[in-house]
Design a binder for this molecule. Structure first.
Ligand code: NDP
Length: 445
């Protein structure tokens, strides 16, 4: 590894000893961009990597809220404004009990590179809270969202920082947060994306991450002489990304046989009945095991990890970080998987990624493969600026062209640096070239 890169990485580990997820993401990216740093010795004097790995700003705040019984609760709120070299900070808000600074720094750091790949003018950020919307009433969720926004509104704006949804933050939460922002800031602007269609949202935003994942994977397959048609696919999760990945993969002729949630997974060898899953997850906010009450021949198993023991051609992890470890990767490879597309952020551990690459599995890394969501958020911002809306077909066509473009930019970058077929390195290098160029142009700031 380039000496400057390894020094920065060691210092980063020493300075952030309690942030394993952030160090994991930084290690993968810094190792990959070592080749670019070899070509640019001027980066060291400019302190480029030290600046890149330190967030421009981290905001932490308390979020007090009152439950339906009158009891006060206090959660932690965060916004990590990581890097604005390319454009305003952009990245989702996650509401989940596991949220902490390490996880948000990993997500924010990844987001800088992902947003660069979209070719749109967006910097990287991420935020959220350790609040769990699951099991809360709509009124409780609304009071929480209002309290969260009562602080966050000071730090965001359509040209400053534009948050969106992520785990635990869907249409309901975005609606409550937008409504409160509008009230206290007295402006109706594109300060959040993923908005409802009646108040500034974009058609196809809901579908974008899942569809985009499949568009990119499909292009990768075509360029490697393969296709989705007739292939068996396993998808983890049953949230926004998983549902629309399932829909698009099925429309391209694949058979999706499994989905999961944080309690367990379902296996339906006839192919998943997605209308039923949407009814359970999007309408009733229920659990995935309810599926087997309708489809008696499908099987439900407790626990998430077992989903990776199901035999498949293509695996699309779409739930959460580090859901595929070495053991799961080995099981997938043993069962004949030959393609993995990451819909979730960092769903594969570093060691498991190496296993897939060594086994010559076609591996589409998250920052490229799931960039369709933020890309369509960028298209939502563009529509808001014009005060115009595009049809579903127009947005979907733009999304598809962006995803195909991302595939070719990461494949070309991998080849340019002598790493043909290694899309992990290709994604990091392609994204880094643009960020580094912008940061060098801005000087020390
Ligand atoms: P949702 O909240 O809609 O769905 C998340 C799904 O993953 C649910 O099925 C959830 O189960 C499951 N899940 C969450 N945590 C765990 C866990 N610890 N173990 C097992 N399963 C878990 O989120 P999204 O679909 O929006 O996001 C999924 C992933 O995709 C995340 O990594 C997110 O960062 C990433 N992503 C999302 C984008 C978007 O546009 N939505 C854009 C780019 C990336 P349960 O219901 O039981 O919690």
């Amino acid at each position: 590894m380039n000496k400057y890169v390894s020094t920065v990485l060691e210092e980063l580990k020493a300075k952030n000893p309690n942030q394993p997820e952030f160090i994991q993401a930084a290690t993968e990216i810094l190792e990959s961009i070592s080749l670019a740093c070899d070509k640019h010795p001027e980066y060291e004097k400019a302190g480029l990597l030290e600046m890149l790995t330190e967030p421009e700003r981290v905001i932490m705040f308390r979020v007090p809220w009152v439950d339906d019984k009158g009891q006060v609760h206090v959660n932690k709120g965060y916004r990590v404004q990581f890097n604005s070299a390319i454009g305003p900070y952009k990245g989702g808000l996650r509401f989940h009990p596991s949220v902490n600074l390490s996880i948000l720094k990993f997500l924010g750091f990844e987001q800088i590179f992902k947003n660069s790949l979209t070719t749109l003018p967006m910097g990287g950020g991420k935020g959220g809270s350790d609040f769990d919307p699951k099991g809360k009433s709509d009124n409780e969720v609304m009071r929480f969202c209002q309290s969260f926004m009562a602080e966050l509104y000071r730090h965001i704006g359509q040209d400053t920082d534009v948050p969106a949804g992520d785990i635990g933050v869907g249409a309901r939460e975005i609606g409550y947060m937008f409504g409160y922002y509008k009230k206290i800031a007295n402006e109706h602007t594109a300060v959040l994306t993923g908005r409802g269609l009646s108040y500034g949202g974009s058609l196809a935003r809901k579908e974008a991450t899942g569809y985009g994942l499949v568009y990119l994977v499909d292009e990768m397959l075509k360029c490697n002489g393969k296709s989705m048609d007739g292939k068996t696919v396993v998808i983890s999760g049953s949230g926004n990304v998983a549902i629309y990945a399932c829909e698009k993969a099925t429309s391209l002729g694949a058979k999706v046989v499994a989905l999961s949630d944080s309690n367990g997974y379902i296996y339906d060898e006839k192919g998943i009945d997605l209308d039923l899953v949407k009814e359970i997850k999007e309408v009733k906010r229920g659990r995935i095991k309810e599926y087997v009450a309708v489809h008696k021949d499908a099987k439900y198993t407790d626990g998430c990890k077992g989903i990776w023991t199901i035999k498949c051609d293509i695996a699309l992890p779409c739930a959460t970080q580090n859901e595929i470890d070495v053991e799961s990767a080995e099981m997938l490879i043993k069962n004949g998987v030959w393609c993995v597309g990451e819909g979730a952020n960092m769903p594969t551990t570093l060691e498991a990624t190496k296993k897939f690459l060594d086994a010559k599995v076609l591996f589409a890394p998250a920052k490229a493969a799931n960039a369709g969501g933020v890309a369509t958020s960028g298209l939502e911002m563009a529509q808001s600026s014009q005060r115009l809306f595009w049809s579903f077909e127009e947005v979907d066509a733009k999304l598809k062209s962006i995803m195909i473009g991302i595939y070719h930019s990461i494949a070309d970058a991998a080849e340019k640096y002598g790493q043909k077929g290694n899309y992990v390195m290709g994604a990091n290098l392609a994204a880094f070239e643009k960020i580094a160029d912008a940061m060098m142009a801005h000087g020390v700031c």
